[in-house]
Design a binder for this molecule. Sequence first.
Ligand code: WT7
Length: 655
Amino acid sequence: MAPANIESILHEQRLFQPAPAFAARARIKSMRELQALQQQAAQDHEKFWADRAREQISWHKPFTKILDSSKAPHYRWFDDGLLNVSYNCLDRNLKDKAHKTAIIFEGEQGDVRRVTYAELHREVCRFANALKANGIKKGDRVVIYMPMVPEMVIAMQACARIGAIHSVVFGGFSAQSLQDRIEDAGAKMLITADGGTRGGKIIELKLAADQALAKGCSTIESVIVLKRSGQTIPMQNGRDVWWDDVVKNVSDQCEPVWVESEHPLFLLYTSGSTGKPKGVQHSSAGYLLGTIVTMQWVFDIHDDDIFWCTADVGWVTGHSYVTYGPLAVGATMVMYEGAPTIPDGGRFWDICQRHKITIFYTAPTAIRGLMKLGDDIPAKYDLSKLRLLGTVGEPINPEAWMWYHTHIGHERCPITDTWWQTETGAHLIAPIPGAVATKPGSCTLPLPGIAADVVDEEGNSITAPNQGGYLVIKKPWPFMLRTIWGDEQRYLDTYWKKFNNKYYVAGDTAHKDEDGYFWIMGRADDVLKVSGHRLGTMEIESALVAHPRVAEAAVVGKPDEVKGEAVFAYVVLRGARPAGGVDEALTKELRAWVTEQIGPIARPDDIRYADNLPKTRSGKIMRRLLRSIAAGEAITQDTSTLENEAILLQLRGKA
Ligand code: WT7
């Protein structure tokens, strides 16, 4: 099970202690303070979380039950409490922070907009009233397909305010993906925009939405369209309404709908190793609590911080650390709609300088991409306000970590490498920056109240250091997913079956070192991480096979310096293989086809044609072999079962 790269990681010996100046004003100041919290959690797991929930959430009706495990692995937390997430993010900040900036928005063209808590509260109330006027009630599903503008946050918060369940679809997904997600969720409303901007280009959101709705989505009753890019788009009478119009004659006050702790706050679709993307369902109270405690523990958020998480709200990172977490703790955050390289590779650092960012959170792929552009670019900017850096989405290689540390953090800022997933709701394993010494490439230690471990095939804890195994969570935590929307069985099969419903199985492999530090090795399943985005190999294979000329396809990840992994597809055509394995026109067509079926993030970088695919005697595709070939490695696998050894040459592009 140990992947080939385990060696290089093991040689990482550097240790970075929290700087005394940082620790002195941190919320958790030392290993001793952290251990005290860990101990509380170890002594009474439920009480630990109940204490946090009482202290951090403003309840409409306090809960009396902490954890209901009677239907495990369906867990219920704080069951009989009543709350409203939007109230916790907005109303409770009005007393002291009405005029504090909640959002600093910057567009790619340089347009900047500031929204205070009082303004955000009014806009959310207005939009919540508009949702109600358009027939949306508690429990209805609303799909949001929007660019990275404050209105996306407003739309989500407005849903939360009236108990509607939002399902955000990343703006980079295709019409087909949007349609699948709308239909799976049975959504009643779609909120979109004329278009978004990225890399100087317009993303045609309304066009894609129209395509999706033309083909199906029969549950959609209305579409609210925000004017953002300004190009002319068709509006369908009786179905489509402009955002500006729906908020015109409604009140800017809207009583929150108090919901049960377990009321679903949102669905977010993510890829797995089988089938179509699944709708991960999150709760209201438990999820909110996760975003709050991690803003405090991991991001050490203070009142004067300017927080910037660069993730698109279309991913869970944007849900937890743009829409909910920063607002729930009354912070000021930055939202940027655009590419990191417009007008040049200094844009992120320019934003950090101009908006005086103190906490910066991004993905390893972005760090590697910007690192490649040269050290002189960040050197041009004043990054002295930065005090904490974070990463998320995939393992960060020590080289990128060191560059981030040296050229962005100026050896002064701790780096928090946060391990978590769409399913976990918030960080689970991450260094608490004032307490935990970091090692480049390790997400270090589990947070208090998180029972993470590495186990072997039988579910036994691996005690020997540096032995790879399955990453599991051994006790339920409040911000865990609740189920897969409409597919209980898949919830059980994917996350619980492997160890008899005892442990949550993350799907990652990991090992712990002699200090108990966690090192994530990669996915144990057929899930790729392309630029930190999660894609199922089967999803891409299905998309390819849906093309009339494709008979069979196998997709694997190929190591990529910037993206982490790139999509590599092996294709068997109906009819003859192209002469010499080359058909540039078809390759172009298939790449466009996958873009249309899923989105540009899934577009294969390489396509290789073969007469057939290497399979075991039982008919399973030999993916490990295909991965080695894609990586250009020597083949060490047994290939004696191959029907035709000549296929190997074809797969390697040598025939
Ligand atoms: C998968 C979850 C969590 C928000 C963004 C991604 C990988 C995530 C790390 C990290 C190593 C990481 C895992 C995980 N991953 N963070 N710090 N170090 N790997 O959410 O799309 O649900 O993906 O991302 O493989 O299972 P996601």
